[in-house]
Design a binder for this molecule. Structure first.
Ligand code: DX5
Ligand code: ZN
Length: 217
């Protein structure tokens, strides 16, 4: 299992320090939420943030692109040092081509589904991807309530993976906490994004450890 703290809930004015805290605290990935104010009703940052983070951490930079037509920026994020680029299937009519561009750039490719998007929409790209992200809240903001109905989507995805011998990781994002991580792990998730649960506490390292312990029980 992998824990991916989301910097969306970190202190942007002390970001290097907040990144170091979770790296020393045993995080596996650093989840980087890119928002454009179009695909989602919020704006964060772009490739220059990834470039700024790259020299300050060895953590895998797991970039979640919540932007329209993400294929426009694949080359920029690859150059900036992204390790994984996860694209919303709803954000482009050419998801297959966009994922091929990510792979051709030498970056791991992920596809992500909004809560209202059925699994069927990504079936044709499953052989192509290294990661499938199942949103467990509506994208755009940290600190929202986990949507339990998404657990069956994770389960069906895990079954599809086993039946077809696919090798992608299943990631969950949104409302992951000590209350919800176990159900996600039981459903088949491998990568757990956590923003407010990790950074909203006095001791982020302890929060990471708690998530790991509960998911492993
Ligand atoms: C929401 C983002 C999430 C967010 C999760 O659009 O994709 O990564 O940071 O925040 P929490 O863990 O607080 O729900
Ligand atoms: Zn995210």
């Amino acid at each position: 299992m992998k824990i991916a703290p989301s910097i969306l809930s970190a202190d942007f004015a002390n970001l290097a320090q907040d990144v170091q805290t979770v790296e020393l605290g045993g995080a596996d990935y650093l989840h980087v939420d890119v928002m454009d104010g179009q695909f989602v009703p919020n704006i964060t940052f772009g490739p220059s943030m990834v470039a700024a983070l790259r020299p300050v951490t060895k953590l895998v930079l797991d970039c979640h692109l919540m932007i329209e037509a993400p294929e426009r920026f694949v080359a920029d994020f690859a150059k900036a040092g992204a390790d994984i680029l996860t694209l919303h299937v709803e954000s482009t009519p050419h998801i297959y081509r966009a994922l091929q561009m990510v792979k051709d750039a030498g970056v791991k490719a992920g596809v992500v589904l909004n809560p209202g998007t059925p699994l069927e929409q990504i079936k044709n790209v499953l052989p192509l991807v290294d990661q499938v992200l199942v949103m467990t809240v509506n994208p755009g903001f940290g600190g929202q309530k986990f949507i339990p109905a998404m657990l069956s989507k994770v389960k069906r995805l895990d079954q599809l993976r086993q039946t077809n011998d696919y090798h992608f990781d299943i990631e969950v994002d949104g409302g992951v906490s000590d209350q919800t991580v176990k159900a996600c792990a039981d459903a088949g998730a491998d990568v757990f994004v956590a923003g407010s649960y990790v950074y909203g506490a006095a001791d982020p390292a302890q929060q990471i450890q708690t998530l790991r312990n509960i998911a492993a029980t």
